[in-house]
Design a protein around this ligand. Sequence first.
Ligand code: ATP
Length: 235
Amino acid sequence: MLTVSNLTLDYSGVIALEDVSLTARGDIITTIVGANGAGKSSLLKAVSGLVRPACGDIRFDGVSIIGKPPEEIVGMGLCHVPEGRGLFPYMSVLDNLLTGANLRRDAAGIRDDLDKVFHYFPVLKGNRHRIARNFSGGQQQMIAIGRGIMSRPKFYLFDEPSIGLAPLIVREVIDTITKISQENKCGVLLVEQNANLALDAALDAYVMELGHITMSGEAKTLKADESIRRAYLGL
Ligand code: ATP
C-alpha cells in the first residue's frame, strides 16, 4: 500500500503540490484525474524519489521512503513507468528491457520475468534484437511497461501511458495494465489523460486541481459525478 500524507512540493517557488494526501491500495488500480499542470507527474516523481518534497510523508508498505534515492525505492518494489517512456532509442528491445533488471542478481528470476514480458507483449519477442527507435509509439510503450515488469515490482506508477497513441492501442495498453495488476496482484497508481478509460480500469480515484486533491472516492462514483463528467469526460 502506498500512503501519501500532507505532501508539499515546490520548484523554486512554483508550488506543484500542496498538502496532498492519498492512499493507493496494494492490489488494485487507483487513478488520478486532472488537467494539465495539476501536479500529477510531480506527485509520481516525488513517490519514486526523482524530486524531493518540501514537507509531508510517503510510505510504501508502512516504510517511509521520503529522502531515499530512486534506486533504493525501485529495489523496494516500486516502479515508475514515466511519461514519454524514457527508452534508450539506439539499444535493442532486449537491452532496454534488461535495464529494468539491473539491480537484480537472480538470473533465473530475470529469465522468468522476460518470459512474462513476452507473454504480455508477444510482438516484442520476435523483434527483441531490433533497436527501440524503430518501433511504433504503442510498441515503445510496451517496451517501457516491459522494462517496469523486469524490476519485479509490487507496485507500479504509470504516467500517461497512452499519450500520443491511437485510440485502439490506448485501450489495449490500459487493458494490459489491468491484466498485469490482476495477474500479479500488484497495486497501480495510474495517471492517464483518457479519464474515461482510467476510471473504468480503476477501483479508486482522486481528482487533482492546481496541486490539490479536490475529490476522491470509488472510481465508478466519480465517473457518474456531474462535475467530473463535464470537466474530464467531455459530456
Ligand atoms: P501534465 O499532464 O501536463 O504533465 P501534471 O498534472 O502532470 O501535468 P506537473 O507536470 O506535475 O503537472 O506540473 C505541476 C506544476 O509544476 C505546473 O505548474 C508545472 O508548470 C510545474 N512544474 C513541473 N515541473 C517543473 C520544473 N521542473 N520546474 C518548474 N516548474 C515545474
